[in-house]
Design a protein around this ligand. Sequence first.
Ligand SMILES: *Cc1c(COP(=O)(O)O)cnc(C)c1O
Length: 422
Amino acid sequence: MKIETQVLHEGYSPKNGEPRVMPIYQSTTYVYNSTDAVADVFDDPTLGMIYSRFENPTTDAVEKKIAALEGGIAAMCTSSGQAATLLAILNICDSGDHFISSSSIYGGTVNLFAFTLKKMGIECTFVDVDASKEDILKEIKPNTKLIFGETIANPALTILDIEKWADAAHSAGIPLIVDNTFATPVLCRPFEWGADIIIHSTSKYMDGHAVQVGGVIVDSGKFDWKKSGKFKGLTEPDESYHGIIYTEKYPDAPYITKARMQLMRDFGCYPAANSSFLLNLGLETLAVRMPRYCENALKVAQYIESTGKVNSIKYAGLESDPHHELAKKYLPDGVCGVISFSVNGGRETAVKFMDSLKLASNEVHVADIRTCVLNPASATHRQLTEEQLVAAGIDPGMIRLSVGLENVDDIIADLAQAFAVI
Ligand SMILES: *Cc1c(COP(=O)(O)O)cnc(C)c1O
């Protein structure tokens, strides 16, 4: 099936007389007809549902759908994108381990990697997104367990050369994990370029409507954990699960099975059935929405570039963008709806511009169905001094514009009247 069909039909196919729409299974638990039957699912949790802290039929249908959209073998939903990133790392990194990340990633992920994981004994080295394979490999240590990057970085809007990063990871015998939130599988499928694990914040385009925070981890099923020899958690007995060896018992998808049976069991950051129902409603229109975001954003970016009132603009769909060639390779159908630009005149002018907008709303969100804006210097990076902002690579006048699905003429008219004010 093509992706427009998959978003509607993967994960759930009702049989004779069953509900057309995947129902909300609002139940914490599941019934078995004997003690032995319960013992059997404890021996092999993939045989049936045990408890809604780590599996649920409504969420299961969404997991199967997202796995199919990404071309993966299995997926596990989480209560947020942050939880997906956390579990994706903890699944293969223990205290004392190290990993490498592109420095062009989401700010929340930087905090997780640079501070919280560090406190837990897991160290991250950040490497420039445009680094060569050789420069990436220079940072590999004996305890390096994975490499991480973002397809389209939030908010830097750089494009990850997935093939190059996957090549570097594989020559070190470790997997590449890609955060594919901004691209979604409609615009880019990182497994086709060599990524091994994908994570998403489904709170963004996947949900689409700004109604439900969520995340997901997808397993390609392709990484050879045994051959690598570096992942004892997958290839040696799990004491917490009566000694099973994930690569032996679940050879198709040992990574995601371990993430569920061990980490989700222990951390419990699983979405509620109702949340997965809402996510599914968003997913059903994903393939129709993404092309329109791209079309609107390209027109808006071209308009902004033409005003002469900005000193920089970042949108890889523009020919002038340094990542345009990478965008053509990895995102031939468009580079999502998010644009960032800096107005001449710094923070004061940026605030004046944003406060003059009538259609676009000021909100701490991105990839909403409605057009919205954020000034990182006044919001997410407010605590920093002007000098610190410069050091962090954040221009105080930078505006992150998330172009929505309104008629593009209305979006441009709104921007034009705000540009007229500055
Ligand atoms: C928002 C975001 C996250 C975090 O997701 P939440 O659902 O907000 O926890 C991770 N990665 C990217 C690229 C994001 O935009």
